[in-house]
Ligand binder design. Structure first.
Ligand code: HEC
Length: 206
């Protein structure tokens, strides 16, 4: 899914950032060849360096649908109301339905109608992905500034606005992956051989 791609992008950016610097340094400074080789990571292109463990850790924030990667912490919708009001409401509305930005709640049962409304409650297949998304991308203007507990609380509140969890249900790395989202079974696997399980049926034109 898109999650793997999202992780791949920052990794590529780090490699790219390093690549952009080393040749410039190498061109400007007459350093000895062995020293330059030690700096370099790629034997083919002679650019970049291996990321340090703490650099990798900082961008290794992916949470997979089964909950792998979730941080240790917890939150409830009751606690999330405050986080949501302070950090989310201006863009998503008091009940997640008003906008002006993406509608987060409602729309359940609308996907098969003439006017499908894709929200967290109507469309998203995994609650764990919601945690990952809020953690990495929200608030839109200050991404990744919430604490781990605030991410759990905001996740719980968005799920509460969709009637998926109760106000006092505690979400943590054990309970969050157990939530069954309403549209969990609404997706089919991608038949393209390079990205998903092999297609069961042949394409009609083949
Ligand atoms: C400054 C405005 C702003 C704030 C504040 C903000 N968001 Fe968003 N949010 C957006 C925008 C814009 C998008 C669409 C981003 C995109 O499509 O790339 C979005 C998308 C989302 C989505 C995905 C919706 C979907 O179905 O595609 C979720 C979930 C979400 N925000 C949750 C939150 C939460 C929780 C907070 C508070 C912690 C928050 N947002 C704060 C602007 C904001």
């Amino acid at each position: 899914m898109g999650i793997a791609l999202k992780l791949a992008v920052p990794v590529a950016l780090v490699a790219f950032g390093a690549a952009a610097h080393v040749p410039a340094l190498a061109a400007a400074t007459p350093v000895a060849q062995p020293f330059r080789a030690a700096l370099n990571q790629s034997p083919t292109y002679g650019v970049g360096r291996s990321p340090k463990p703490d650099e990798l850790k900082a961008i290794d924030i992916e949470v997979t649908p089964d909950g792998k990667g979730l941080r240790h912490g917890s939150g409830t919708a009751a606690a999330g109301k405050d986080v949501y009001t302070r950090r989310c409401e201006t863009c998503h509305g008091p009940t997640g339905k008003e906008g002006p930005q993406d509608v987060l709640a409602g729309g359940q049962g609308s996907l098969t109608t003439a006017r499908p409304q894709k929200t967290v409650g109507s469309y998203w297949p995994y609650a764990t992905t919601l945690w990952d998304y809020i953690n990495r991308a929200m608030p839109f203007d200050h991404p990744s500034t919430l604490t781990v507990d605030e991410v759990y609380a905001a996740t719980a509140y968005v799920l509460f606005l969709n009637g998926i969890v109760g106000e006092r249900d505690v979400l943590d790395e054990t309970t969050l992956p157990q939530i069954k989202m309403p549209n969990r079974n609404g997706f089919v696997s991608d038949p393209r051989p390079d990205v998903g399980a092999p297609a069961k049926k042949k394409h009609p034109s083949s």
